[in-house]
Design a protein around this ligand. Sequence first.
Ligand SMILES: [Zn+2]
Ligand SMILES: [Zn+2]
Ligand SMILES: [Zn+2]
Ligand SMILES: [Zn+2]
Ligand SMILES: [Zn+2]
Length: 224
Amino acid sequence: MGFSIRRGVANLVRRGQRLAGKARCSVCLTYFKGALVKTIPTCSHSYCKTCLQKTYTRAMNDPEGILPPRCCGQELTMAFAGDFLAGYIPKELEMPDSVGHTDFRRRYLEILAERTSDPIYCAHCRSLGRQVFIPPEEINEEADSAVCSTCFQGTCTLCKRSNPHTFGNPCPIDSDESRQEIRYQRLSGRAGWKCCDGCGMMVSRDVGCAHVVCRCGQNVWLAF
Ligand SMILES: [Zn+2]
Ligand SMILES: [Zn+2]
Ligand SMILES: [Zn+2]
Ligand SMILES: [Zn+2]
Ligand SMILES: [Zn+2]
């Protein structure tokens, strides 16, 4: 009796907070004003600023940590988390980065590059002597192309040279087999990507669904 009344009151308080436009962080279970919490559309889990920062810092600090951090098998992106991480300088993390910057995003990309198999660097920036890593979330896998956010030039993710490939600038990786091998090397460890049993193409998961139909018509189930 006493228990159910207490629970009833707790439910009312929670409902009141929801009605007041508050959202609860799924990690620390604290209520915040809606704008102070970010919710992942696919699994509906919410993160407050502190918990999101800790999630990144923990994964970056742990040499075995998986990057990008994941929630329910879904990779977290800088597009999602970026503004909660801006200006953040964690004590637990080795900052600044190798070139002396204390920007969290730069440090994150540096560690992410180290842990990415077959990382993509901008071909145009490299020709100018700058090493600019292009994070997985900025790669257009369907087009085998990555656009650099520093110089806005494209890089082919197969041959790692500048693209678009034209008649005068053809991609030297010209067999389907070697293209597939390179895609496989880069994507097989990534959340949400799997090799199709039917044709060997890499397929990605549709938002919120573990089942996809490959270009060849084969059904592919993605397990996490
Ligand atoms: Zn929290
Ligand atoms: Zn989740
Ligand atoms: Zn560039
Ligand atoms: Zn190419
Ligand atoms: Zn297929």
